[in-house]
Design a protein around this ligand. Structure first.
Ligand SMILES: [Zn+2]
Ligand SMILES: [Zn+2]
Length: 237
């Protein structure tokens, strides 16, 4: 049995032992709350610490070999020029979306492997890192194109607007929720629903004021009003 005084405040690798918890692992060993040098906390047993099964948290423990990032010229060399001045990528294309963006594989500092070529090129062009919210948009509207001259920086607001303007966005009868209504979790299946179908029917038929119904079902007044006005649960007749 390890005495708390012996190990509290001690350092094992990058771990600092903070306190004893009431948890036990599957073998009945005491789990200690430890803090990594980077600030992440985790419960670890004394044996794991003593025998250096863990030297730091999952981030600090792992060494990630980083492969060199392809240069602008290397990327452009891997494309062919079309009549419309588009540089058509000769490498792989994303299969996750139907637009099929040009992608390239290498391991970066954050362990990410798949990269959109258009993003890399735009980063080179702008000499900065794109944030998650930044999008590489095409003036030529060709996702396979990697011509730096055809790329501009858009954001989450601009990109869909741009797509809609160019008629690339699925909307109305072409929207996924209409084409495949069975894929959209509705009502009780949505996982966020506070009400059930039965509640909704009762609420719609009820002459009681929204305020009272809201109190009764433990939801906000606006929720009740949305149900009554058929803004939510609209598919339920
Ligand atoms: Zn760490
Ligand atoms: Zn282009």
């Amino acid at each position: 049995m390890t005495k708390a005084a012996e190990i509290l405040g001690q350092k094992f690798g990058k771990w600092l032992v903070l306190e004893k918890t009431h948890k036990r692992d599957s073998r009945g060993q005491i789990v200690w709350r430890c803090k990594c040098e980077c600030g992440r906390e985790r419960g670890i047993t004394y044996n794991q610490l003593k025998f250096k099964r863990t030297v730091g948290c999952f981030r600090c423990n792992r060494r990630r070999p980083v492969s060199p990032r392809p240069t602008l010229n290397e990327l452009i060399d891997n494309s062919t020029q079309s009549e419309t001045d588009c540089f058509i990528w000769k490498g792989s294309f994303s299969r996750h979306d139907k637009w099929g963006y040009a992608i390239v594989y290498f391991k970066d500092e954050r362990g990410r492997i798949t990269h959109k070529v258009s993003r890399l090129i735009l980063e080179e062009k702008l000499k900065c890192c794109l944030l998650k919210s930044g999008f590489a948009c095409h003036t030529c509207d060709n996702p396979k194109c990697i011509n730096p001259e055809h790329l501009f920086l858009g954001d989450a607001v601009l990109n869909p607007k741009d797509a809609a303007k160019k008629g690339r966005m699925a909307r109305g009868e072409n929207h996924g929720s209409r084409l495949h209504p069975e894929r959209v979790p509705r009502g009780e299946n949505s996982g966020r629903a506070m009400l059930t179908e039965k509640d909704v029917k009762i609420i719609r038929d009820s002459p009681l004021p929204s305020r009272l119904l809201a109190k009764n079902y433990g939801v906000g007044k606006s929720t009740i009003q949305a149900v009554k006005n058929r803004e939510s649960w609209a598919w339920l007749k």
